[in-house]
Design a protein around this ligand. Structure first.
Ligand SMILES: Nc1ncnc2c1ncn2[C@@H]1O[C@H](COP(=O)(O)OP(=O)(O)OP(=O)(O)O)[C@@H](O)[C@H]1O
Length: 359
C-alpha cells in the first residue's frame, strides 16, 4: 500500500486585525490508497480546515501537501486544476444548483473535459445509475429528499473519476436511516471503484459504520489515531472515550444500571465492572471461567456485541461477586485474556458484609 495523501506538519493560521486563530497546528496525516479514513471532532476542532488543505482550497501557513505523489504546493495553476479534479468533495448542504436539472448538475464538472456531448450524456447516465437515481435526471433539486440530493452531489463529485472523495459532514443534515444509506453508498463506491474516502464528522457512529482508520481532532491537533478496532477497544484520550461512548451507548446503559436499587446498595463483596473485548471470546466462556476458576459469579446487567470490520466487539456491564482475593485474581485473569476491565465506582452506599457472609 502507498500513501495517496500525505500531509506533513501542517499549520493553518487565520489572521485578522483583531485576532489570530490557529485552526490547524502541526498535523501530519497519511492516508493509504483505498482506505476509508474518518476524522472526528467537535465543531471548531479544525477538521474542515485540515481537509481543505488536501486540495489546497486552503493553503497551509506551513507544511507539505502530497497527493498522488505530487507536491501540490509546487504545482503551477493549470497543473493544480488538473490535480484537483482527482479529489472530489461533498458537503453537508449539498451545494446543488437549484435552477438546473439533476442531469445538468452532474454534467457541470464535465464541461471543461474533452468529452463530446454524447459522451457526457452517457457519463451522466452512468453516474446517476451508480448512485441509484437514474429516474430523477430531469427533476430539479427542490423535488428531491435530502438523501437524494446528497446522492446527486456524490455523482457530481465523481464526474471526473477522482481517486479521492472528501466528505465534509455529508450526513450531518440527514436522518439516521438516510445517513446509513449514504454511508452504505460511500462504502460500496470505495469497494467498487477503489475510491479513497476521507470522512469528516462529529458523529462517531458514522465513523464506526464505514471507516478502517480514525483520527480524533481537538484544538487544531490530532490527539489520537489508528485502526478503528484498536482505537475503539483501547481509547487513550478522554475525548476519544466520550465519542466512542456516544456510538456504543454504553454510558446511557450505565446511567440506567446505576439507577437500579440493587446497584445503589452494592454489597462489599460485589464490584460493578464494564468488560470490553474484541474478537471471538463471547461473554459465556468468560463468565463460566470466572466461576470455575475463582468462584466468582457474574450477573450481566447489560450486554452489547457489535461487529466492527467483521470483528465482534463486546461490552458488558456486570456485577462480580466473590471474596476480595478472588475478585482480584479474577480481574487479573480477565486482563490476561485481553478483556478490558473498568471498575465503576458506585458511591458511598456500599453495604458491609455480615460476619456470616465473610465466613
Ligand atoms: N476563513 C477563516 N477565517 C478565520 N477563522 C477561520 C476560518 N475558517 C475557520 N476558522 C476558524 O478555525 C477554527 C477551525 O474551524 P473548522 O471549520 O476547520 O473546524 P471544524 O472542526 O471543521 O468545525 P465545523 O464542523 O464547525 O466546521 C475555528 O475556530 C474557526 O472559527
Amino acid at each position: 500500500m502507498s500513501a495517496v495523501i500525505k500531509l506533513e506538519h501542517i499549520d493553518v493560521t487565520f489572521k485578522s486585525k483583531t485576532r489570530t486563530v490557529q485552526a490547524v497546528h502541526d498535523v501530519s496525516l497519511s492516508v493509504e490508497k483505498g482506505e476509508v479514513y474518518g476524522i472526528v471532532g467537535y465543531s471548531g476542532a479544525g477538521k474542515s480546515t485540515l481537509v481543505r488543505v488536501i486540495n489546497l482550497l486552503q493553503r497551509p501557513t506551513k507544511g507539505q501537501v502530497e497527493v498522488n505523489q505530487q507536491d501540490l504546493l509546487a504545482l503551477k495553476p493549470k497543473a493544480l486544476r488538473q490535480a484537483r479534479k482527482k479529489i472530489g468533495m461533498i458537503f453537508q448542504h449539498f451545494n446543488l444548483m437549484n435552477a438546473r436539472t439533476i442531469a445538468d448538475n452532474v454534467d457541470y464538472p464535465l464541461k471543461s473535459s474533452k468529452l463530446t456531448k454524447a459522451q457526457r450524456r452517457a457519463k451522466v447516465a452512468e453516474l446517476l445509475d451508480l448512485v441509484g437515481l437514474s429516474d430523477k435526471k430531469n427533476a430539479y433539486p427542490a423535488q428531491l429528499s435530502g438523501g437524494q440530493k446528497q446522492r446527486v452531489a456524490i455523482a457530481r463529485a465523481l464526474a471526473n473519476d477522482p481517486e479521492i472523495l472528501i466528505s465534509d459532514e455529508a450526513t450531518s443534515a440527514l436522518d439516521p436511516k438516510t445517513t446509513l444509506s449514504i454511508l452504505e453508498l460511500l462504502r460500496s463506491l470505495n469497494q467498487r471503484l477503489g475510491l479513497t474516502v476521507v470522512l469528516i464528522t462529529h458523529e462517531m457512529q458514522a465513523v464506526k459504520e464505514i471507516c478502517q482508520k480514525v483520527a480524533v481532532m481537538e484544538n487544531g491537533q490530532i490527539i489520537e489515531r489508528g485502526d478503528l478496532l484498536h482505537v475503539f477497544s483501547q481509547p487513550q484520550k478522554q475525548l476519544t472515550k466520550d465519542f466512542i461512548n456516544t456510538a456504543t451507548q454504553i454510558e446511557q446503559a450505565l446511567g440506567k444500571v446505576l439507577q437500579q436499587p440493587a446497584i445503589k446498595h452494592l454489597r462489599s463483596n460485589e464490584r460493578l465492572v464494564q468488560l470490553s473485548y474484541i474478537g471471538d471470546s463471547t461473554d459465556q466462556p468468560i463468565i463460566t471461567e470466572l466461576y470455575k476458576r475463582y468462584l466468582v459469579t457474574a450477573n450481566i446487567l447489560f450486554g452489547n456485541v457489535e461487529i466492527l470490520q467483521n470483528t465482534p466487539v463486546g461490552n458488558l456491564i456486570v456485577t462480580l461477586s466473590g471474596t476480595e482475593k478472588n475478585l482480584n485474581a479474577a480481574t487479573s485473569y480477565l486482563r490476561q485474556a485481553q478483556v478490558n476491565v473498568r471498575e465503576i465506582k458506585v458511591g458511598r452506599d456500599v453495604i458491609p458484609l455480615t460476619k456470616k457472609e465473610h465466613a
